[in-house]
Design a protein around this ligand. Structure first.
Ligand code: 5GP
Ligand code: ZN
Length: 111
């Protein structure tokens, strides 16, 4: 989507501090971190949020979870929280699905 900030990052039209990328997902550091480690796990396909996913996204969703698990081990971030805001009423600001990964001094009140 042309007016989507995360699509622009995925396309390379906007910079990010990238942690990982493959053909399905990109993981980058949140620009306004709420914890010592604060990553955003973002599918390359523009999906609005979990309210909009379909059965066809099953493998993508599993891939996102496994990517988090592997990266957390590789980076030795310790215990971590995975959070996803789905809908404006739940605090979603960017309407391209993303899962927050937070570790170390997590401030959950402002997520
Ligand atoms: P939401 O409230 O939609 O779940 O979270 C959106 C997150 O995206 C926020 O934590 C915000 O700091 C982050 N964010 C917004 N714009 C950018 C950006 O341009 N680059 C990066 N790296 N993070 C962003
Ligand atoms: Zn998008």
């Amino acid at each position: 989507m042309s007016d989507c900030i995360f699509c622009k990052i995925i396309a390379g039209d906007m910079p990010c501090d990238k942690v990982f990328e493959d053909e399905q997902v990109i993981v980058f550091k949140d620009i306004n971190p709420k914890a010592k480690t604060h990553w955003l796990v973002v599918p390359k396909e523009h999906v609005v949020n979990l309210q909009e996913v379909e059965d066809s996204h099953q493998s993508l969703l599993g891939h996102m979870a496994l990517t988090i698990s592997r990266l957390a081990r590789q980076h030795e971030i310790g215990d971590y929280r995975v959070a996803s805001n789905n809908g404006a009423g739940a605090g979603q600001i960017v309407f391209h699905m993303h899962w927050h990964v937070l570790s170390g001094a997590v401030d959950i009140s402002t997520l």
